[in-house]
Every structure is written in structure tokens, then in C-alpha cells.
Design a protein around this ligand. Structure first.
Ligand SMILES: [Zn+2]
Length: 397
């Protein structure tokens, strides 16, 4: 009997195989059920022995060898004494789903390691079905947020849709995970996080790393006055990189035709860490720096600024910052001077780093992960799903 091996491995409760039909590419398994057990109401979970009507349903299950498998079973509407006529709940499939729970678990597992489109292709499913299953699992997984024992946080923003739309991300730096994501990047956005967290838990937060972005600063000062604000290396250098790019643009406009060629296409070289460049890129960068003094100064100042986060003593950090500021002012480069004003206004948070050395590498790592998730998941135009994918991608396995 060809059914024997399938019957042996089917492992579903209260059903028996009545027939197995193999058609090209897939296997249809017809199931008989033990009707003496009655029907479970999908609304209240109560068992009843009264059925209303029935129909044959086809449910996708795990494959049989290389063949896609479908279970065919009569599903009833039960006449529940509590709820009236309701669809019954089968043990191995969620209400309204056309896949078994174990098949859905496989889909969700695959979605964790590869893109939704690839999962859809691999399992020959519609991408919407894959997304719905993955989303259902993620919603279950992140239904109850874990806000206990938060001490060191970081707040970051992500631009979606080429900067027309933003999300605010809150990270727990001690456990390296994203704990909250909200739409937009206003003071109100971050206020929502603190409201959700509650006063008691907020009081325990010692420090929060963030960008020199006034709405976030205002929200932290209002909601978590006891927490120290730390402007971390990752965010400050990211901001300073924009300054270098401004200088590059100004110099490009002023340059002769010949020098324009040397400046063209160098944005990446200037922003990337020098030791991550290839040999020919290093050479190109070097000749650009030799050619243009202002770009060179702005570039040297970037490396000098990075040193600020090496200091653990407040006195040394202040001296380092003062010396950087006086060199920067002496450069007389407009965008650099504007940046000095920003740094001066935010000095307290730069120096706070001495007390709370926020791990900038962790922050950058999570930021990079989110960028990858954005490329893969944002195209589905489902903010809720995107947020869940961020939480999944940025949480310990
Ligand atoms: Zn019921």
C-alpha cells in the first residue's frame, strides 16, 4: 500500500488517511476524521456535537518527498451552544488558514533567513500568502514587548522612500536589539515610546545615545530627565560626513574644468573609512587631497574628531574638543564653521560619553542591518510588517 509510509509519518491527531492520489507534481491526501469527538468552536474553543454543515477543504502541508502535499478534509460549521453557528477549529490548522500550522512554521523560519520573494518561489506560493504567514508569526513573537531592565538605549532614525518618510528606532544597547519602532521622527514620535514604557521603567534608564536632532533631545529631556544624553561617535561622524560632502560640492563648483574631473565621483572615497579602500581608491583619494586644500582640511578634521571618543576623562575630552574647534574655526571653511556651532551647542552630550561610552560599533551594526531589511522588506508597502521585520532582524537569534 503506497499510503503506509505517508500514514506512518503524517502524525496528525484524530485523523486517518482514506486515500492518497499523486498527480503531476503534487500529492493529494484525503483524510477521514473521528467524528465521535465532535467539533471545536473556533470562537470560544468549546466542544460541541452539533454540526451545521460541511465542505471539503484543501490544506497545504509539508511536502511528501519532492511533491507538494495537500490535505483534503471535511471541515464543519458547528452549532456552538455559546456562539451559535461557527466554523470549527481543527487541531493542525489555524482558523481561516489554508496551510497547516507546521507548514506555516516552516514558512516563518525560512522568512527569517531569506527574502520573502525567495521563499515564495521555493515553496511555490503567492508572495502575499508568504507575507501574511510571516506577519502572523512575527506579531505573535513580538506581541508582548520586553522592556525589563533597560539601562542603556540608543535612538536612531531611518529614512524610507528616499527620505520622504522616516521611522524612529529605539535600541537596547546592552542586549543589542531593537525594542521599539515608530513612524516619523518628531518629538511626539519618541514621546509615544516613553508613554508605552511607563514612568517606572523610564526612571531606570541611565543614558541614551542619539543624533544631535532637537526633537529627540526635547523628548528625552521631557520624559527621561534622569537619563544622560550621549552623542555617539557613529551619529556625529555621520553628520560630519555631510559637511565634507558640502565642502566637496562647493569646491567642485569653484574648480577648473580639469580639476572638476578629479573631484567628480569622489564622494564615496571621502566618506568611507580609509583602511577599507582598495589600493587604486587610496591613490585616487590621495591625489584629490593633494589637489584641493579645503577638501584636505575637512578630511583631516574628520579623523581628528574621531579621537574625541577615545578619552575617558572629562578634562581631556574637553581639551580635545577645544583644540579641534580652534583648528576648525581657523580653516575658515563655511560648512565646517557651521558644524562647530552645532558641536558647541551639544557639548554636554559629547562629554557625557566619558561617563557612558556608548558602543558605536553596535549602533552602526544595527543601522546596517536595518538598511538591508529596508531593501528587502520595504517594497511591500506595509509599515507594520516592515517594523516587525526590523525587530526580528535586530534581536538576538
Ligand atoms: Zn463557541
Amino acid at each position: 500500500m503506497p499510503e503506509n509510509i505517508i500514514a506512518q509519518w503524517l502524525k496528525l491527531p484524530n485523523v486517518e488517511i482514506s486515500e492518497v492520489v499523486t498527480r503531476n507534481g503534487y500529492t493529494e491526501i484525503y483524510l477521514d476524521r473521528d467524528e465521535s469527538l465532535g467539533y471545536i468552536c473556533s470562537n470560544c474553543g468549546q466542544r460541541s456535537f452539533w454540526s451545521w454543515d460541511t465542505r471539503l477543504v484543501r490544506i497545504r502541508d509539508l511536502s511528501v518527498f519532492a511533491y507538494k502535499a495537500y490535505l483534503n478534509i471535511y471541515k464543519y460549521r458547528t452549532n456552538c451552544p455559546e456562539c451559535g453557528v461557527k466554523i470549527e477549529k481543527l487541531d493542525f490548522v489555524d482558523s481561516y488558514s489554508r496551510c497547516t500550522t507546521r507548514f506555516e512554521a516552516l514558512v516563518a523560519r525560512l522568512c527569517r533567513i531569506t527574502s520573502l520573494k525567495q521563499v515564495a518561489e521555493l515553496l511555490e506560493l503567492d508572495w502575499k500568502t508568504v507575507k501574511d504567514i510571516d506577519k502572523k508569526y512575527l506579531k505573535k513573537q513580538f506581541a508582548i514587548p520586553d522592556y525589563d531592565n533597560l539601562r542603556l538605549l540608543a535612538v536612531d532614525e531611518i529614512a524610507a522612500h528616499k527620505g520622504h518618510k522616516y521611522f524612529t528606532v529605539v535600541m537596547d544597547l546592552e542586549r543589542t536589539r531593537v525594542i521599539w519602532v515608530g513612524k516619523d521622527r518628531t518629538q511626539k514620535t519618541l514621546n509615544k515610546f516613553f508613554k508605552e514604557l511607563g514612568r517606572k521603567r523610564t526612571k531606570k534608564i541611565e543614558a541614551i545615545g542619539c543624533d544631535m536632532w532637537d526633537p529627540y533631545i526635547a523628548s528625552i529631556e521631557e520624559n527621561a530627565p534622569g537619563a544622560k544624553i550621549v552623542f555617539d561617535k557613529f551619529h556625529v561622524i555621520k553628520n560630519y560626513s555631510k559637511v565634507i560632502d558640502k565642502v566637496r560640492n562647493i569646491e567642485f563648483k569653484k574648480a577648473t574644468e580639469e580639476n572638476k574631473e578629479a573631484i567628480k565621483g569622489t564622494k564615496y572615497l571621502l566618506l568611507k573609512n580609509r583602511n577599507k579602500l582598495k589600493r587604486n581608491q587610496k591613490e585616487r583619494l590621495q591625489s584629490l587631497l593633494e589637489l584641493n586644500e579645503n577638501i584636505n582640511i575637512a578630511y583631516i578634521l574628520k579623523d581628528a574628531l574621531k579621537r574625541l571618543w577615545n578619552y575617558k576623562s572629562v578634562g581631556c575630552a574637553n581639551r580635545c574638543l577645544d583644540s579641534w574647534i580652534s583648528t576648525a574655526l581657523a580653516s575658515e571653511i563655511r560648512p565646517v564653521i557651521n558644524f562647530v556651532q552645532t558641536l558647541n551647542r551639544h557639548r554636554y552630550g559629547l562629554i557625557n560619553h566619558c561617563h557612558y561610552p556608548i558602543n558605536s560599533g553596535k549602533l552602526e551594526g544595527m543601522n546596517n542591518k536595518i538598511k538591508v531589511i529596508k531593501r528587502i522588506a520595504y517594497g511591500f508597502h506595509d509599515d507594520e510588517y516592515f517594523i516587525l521585520k526590523i525587530k526580528q532582524g535586530c534581536s538576538p537569534p
